[in-house]
Write a new protein. Structure first.
Lengths: 263, 265
């Protein structure tokens, strides 16, 4: 119940920063605009690229932009690492909550708030760019895609929480986090669909969780790669479990290093 | 005389900056790794696209690699020379620290521009040169000395334009309480224009990204000049736009300093 309250508080606190919503929406349109202009000129003299038509490519970008924009958990790692460095992480230690669950609840609140606006914005972009939206009609596949989105968001929260905890040992991880953000944008398929990459690389990527965070759900929503839905759910679930174990072990051994002093 | 004095000030600022960097070595190469990863990913993205298509508009793989290298080069010069100095301007206006710059001899803008040079980003310049060289190799045609000289001229000109955009955007803080959201517009423009060359823009998009927020021409014009695709009209446009932005930058800065009331908030 208390975690629900945390989610509610974070929904309310987002209301204070209304301009942020506008700029988040603008970031989404940048990605769609990128796709519209770049792929528009590419599709001028062809009808298909790597199994995509122009409309399915734009549909992919609308969905993947929406998913990558509501995934805002990178703030967790920077919040934890900054607080550890400044010695104010004690705030989370002294309150009667599980710290990781606190951040999950926080993410739920943020996603719920931004998700509504991003969804409306995506709808508007579809109309403005006159996209003939391609979507799967298979309800089971849609359900799998939704589950993948939820597990993907959970995995990213876990990952960012874990990376934040590394500041207990390594102090300054800001640079590493920025590089991670650059890399994640690529390997989750937010910049280009992973189908454009060589088959061997894609096969390796399928073993890692990032493939299932944005790329596979987006593909499932537009009615492609349906055979990968169930294996995808299993793989990302296994990754979530493994990462949870790693978080447990890391927190157990690193928390003693926290001195609450800061630099 | 003033130019000579400015050179002396710049030299002194660089010396002070090096002493400062020796004290705080942590994260020295941070900007290199962050921006380096960004442009390497950019390369991978276009490698992936070009493994499925031959051309994007009139540009093949070579032109696009040179484009990415050029954007990386302009960004690298920005990071090495002036980014960290100019980026601190809004904060200095907000907390009144700009007083220290206005009361000291010499141009406050020159001082701010060169006081935080970042040699840790120098490897980015090297990396950009490698990307450009690889792109030229991919072009598969000989590049004359004149073309290279023209290319360097455009790099310098577009770096100046980039600098002016940064100053204008951050100078908005003279007139409003916070320019955080304006710098985000800069981010949005940059994010888009580093991914797609100016040749792709048309209509309203061209007006927006090649004139109002001219990030769209910054790497495109040098590449067009190198591959012999730049028309006389395009060249005149690039030079005129830079001159106009220089005038705007001077005007905004001077007016901003007059509006500055030294009160911290």
């Amino acid at each position: 119940m208390k975690y629900l309250e945390i989610s509610k508080i974070y929904i309310k606190s987002q209301l204070v920063w209304r301009a942020d919503v506008v700029f988040q929406v603008l970031f989404t349109v940048t990605k769609i605009l990128f796709a519209y202009l770049l792929w528009g000129i590419i599709f001028n003299d062809r009808t298909e690229v790597a199994g995509f038509s122009f409309q399915s490519m734009l549909s992919y970008y609308v969905i993947s932009s929406f998913l990558s924009q509501i995934e805002m958990s990178d703030g967790i790692s920077s919040e934890i690492s900054q607080r550890i460095r400044s010695g104010t992480f004690s705030k989370y230690i002294v309150i009667p909550i599980d710290i990781q669950k606190y951040f999950i609840a926080m993410e739920v609140g943020v996603v719920a708030y931004y998700g509504i606006f991003q969804f409306m914005a995506a709808f508007v972009w579809v109309i403005i760019f006159r996209i003939q939206f391609v979507v799967s009609h298979n309800p089971i596949i849609i359900l799998c895609a939704f589950l993948l989105v939820v597990l993907g968001l959970l995995f990213m929260v876990q990952l960012n929480y874990y990376l934040g905890l590394l500041a207990l040992k390594y102090q300054e991880i800001g640079t590493f986090l920025m590089i991670k953000n650059n890399l994640v944008a690529f390997i989750t398929g937010s910049i280009v669909p992973l189908m454009l990459l060589p088959e061997g690389i894609v096969s390796v990527m399928k073993l890692f969780p990032f493939y299932y965070v944005t790329y596979l759900p987006s593909m499932l929503f537009i009615g492609q790669l349906e055979s990968e839905a169930v294996p995808g759910l299993v793989i990302i679930f296994i990754w979530c479990v493994m990462l949870q174990v790693l978080i447990h072990v890391t927190w157990g051994s690193y928390r003693r290093k926290y001195d609450g002093v800061g630099i | 005389m003033e130019f000579k004095r400015n050179i002396r000030v710049i030299k002194a600022l660089i010396e002070i900056r090096f002493q400062n960097l020796m004290m705080f070595r942590l994260g020295f190469f941070g900007p290199f790794f962050v921006d380096g990863s960004l442009f390497l990913i950019q390369l991978m993205v276009f490698q992936a696209i070009y493994s499925n298509v031959d051309r994007i508009g009139t540009w093949g793989r070579g032109e696009m690699i040179v484009f990415i290298g050029t954007f990386s080069m302009i960004n690298a010069i920005n990071m090495v020379v002036y980014f960290f100095g100019i980026n601190g301007l809004p904060q200095k206006i907000k907390n009144g620290d700009l007083d220290l710059y206005l009361t000291k001899p010499g141009s406050p803008l020159v001082r701010m521009t060169f006081e935080k040079i970042n040699p840790g980003s120098l490897p980015l310049v090297g990396m950009s040169v490698l990307i450009i060289a690889y792109g030229i190799h991919q072009l598969g045609k000989p590049i004359s000395g004149v073309a290279i000289a023209g290319y360097l001229f455009w790099i310098i000109l577009m770096t100046i334009l980039f600098y002016e955009m940064e100053v204008i955007i951050r100078s908005i803080c003279f007139f409003v309480l916070s320019n955080a959201n304006v710098t985000r517009i800069e981010e949005i423009g940059l994010e888009l224009c580093m991914k797609i060359p100016g040749i792709v823009f048309y209509g309203g998009y061209r007006l927006l990204f090649c004139c109002i927020l001219p990030y769209g021409i910054m790497a495109t014009l040098p590449v067009q000049s190198l591959i012999g695709e730049l028309s006389v009209l395009g060249a005149v446009y690039g030079i005129l736009l830079t001159i106009i932005f220089t005038i705007i930058t001077r005007g905004v800065w001077k007016r901003g300093v007059r509006c500055y009331n030294s009160a911290s908030s």
